[in-house]
Design a protein. Structure first.
Length: 182
């Protein structure tokens, strides 16, 4: 692994703990034991570094989905996926994506292209997981659209702090996904 990759992993680790919003080069460089000049040398500028962090975080989240064992049904897979959303590092990786989206980074370059590519890789990982768990290939894209959007919504739910309500809602979603799967 080259120095750029090492720095990227260190910055990504830092962002997963401290968040993406307000990230500036000097403080993050100091936190990981390097200089802002070294970050600029390897990444060019803050935007390129942030874009690389969002991509790396997305890669880590895909690794977590790929590691999920096949579930006995689509319903069980959706519930298992929701449970995984609450564990690290997936929880923090999803938060980084949401923070990047919330700050408007994805609407313009250099983030837009990377965000689209990352979203495609994420959707492919979800499709693979759901197919491994019994979703028919001909319907899996439809299921992924529903499940991905809804689970992000549940992940961001600020209206309730009652996990039982969220779990019921997720299971309702899982039942709908199972119905689409047939």
């Amino acid at each position: 692994m080259g120095r750029r990759e090492e720095l990227l992993d260190q910055v990504t680790d830092h962002v997963l703990v401290h968040g993406l919003i307000g990230l500036t080069l000097r403080p993050v460089a100091a936190a990981i034991g390097t200089s802002d000049r070294m970050l600029i040398y390897h990444f060019g500028n803050r935007d390129a570094l942030v874009s690389a962090v969002v991509v790396r975080s997305g890669e880590r989240s895909i690794v977590e989905v790929d590691a999920l064992p096949a579930a006995p049904s689509v319903r069980a897979a959706v519930n298992r996926l929701w449970a995984a959303y609450g564990t690290e590092p997936l929880n923090s990786c999803l938060d980084v994506y949401v923070q990047a989206a919330a700050t408007g980074l994805f609407g313009s370059e250099p983030y837009l292209t990377e965000a689209r590519a990352s979203n495609e890789r994420w959707a492919a990982a979800l499709r693979d997981y759901l197919v491994r768990s019994g979703a028919p290939a001909r319907r899996v894209a439809r299921i992924v659209t529903l499940v991905d959007s809804a689970l992000y919504g549940f992940h961001l739910d600020l209206a309730t702090d009652r996990p039982d309500e969220l779990a019921r809602g997720v299971d309702d979603l899982a039942r709908a996904a199972q119905a689409i799967a047939g």
